[in-house]
Ligand binder design. Sequence first.
Ligand SMILES: C[S@@+](CC[C@H](N)C(=O)[O-])C[C@H]1O[C@@H](n2cnc3c(N)ncnc32)[C@H](O)[C@@H]1O
Length: 230
Amino acid sequence: MNGTMVSEDNAPLQKLLRPLIKALRTAYIQGTTVVKLMPSERAIQLYYKYRRKSYDLQWSIDPGYRKGLRKLVELVVEKNDRVLDVGCGTGSATVVAAPRAKEVVGIDLSPHMIELAEDKARKKCISNTCLFASSVEDYRPDEAFDKVISSFMIPHVKPHLRPQIYSCMFDFLKPGGLVGLFGSRGEVCDVYETTDEIVENLTRSGFTEIKLYDVYDIYRIAVAKRPENA
Ligand SMILES: C[S@@+](CC[C@H](N)C(=O)[O-])C[C@H]1O[C@@H](n2cnc3c(N)ncnc32)[C@H](O)[C@@H]1O
């Protein structure tokens, strides 16, 4: 396991504004504890039905989030890869991955988020994406993927069910394939996993070669491998 920091930009204005940006970002991340109030898939779908546009705007203006997505894709996605974006939401990671990949399939529980993801891909003239409304648990791909990515979906999964979701991701991958997860850190907000929890959950699901990368002060990327012989 290693930890590489993706650091903040050092342009003078950004340096000056950094404490303010950090406070806003931390407050926003702590606001995601609202997911604890969503007891079911139906509640998640209803939430995103009304929240999807403001959700997309809010994240799109955070440079830390955009930088984290680019880093996730750089670490995991290669030319010729078939990639699955799990809990793709409005497709923010999907459209970053698509130009580097052969094909990106995005799945999300919310059909309303999928609509926005389709609009986003269309506006960017990206044609190698397929987007489906499906939960992770119900999704049955015809073919295994080279890579699985997932960004900020795990807070929606109750802590005791997380190894089960990682097991689904494991099964979606070809042997030797990589999973890349982007989110915040449990040390900052308790709906996310701490370092120990993410390592334990990924290990329990069969992943090896786990690497963790800090992004700015509050985000984290985890990359892990489905072993060749598993
Ligand atoms: C916080 S959003 C993240 C969206 C996107 N990945 C991003 O980075 O902006 C979480 C997404 O996970 C989806 N989600 C939650 N539970 C899910 C499940 N069990 N299966 C598939 N998608 C799920 C939600 O519908 C929502 O769109």
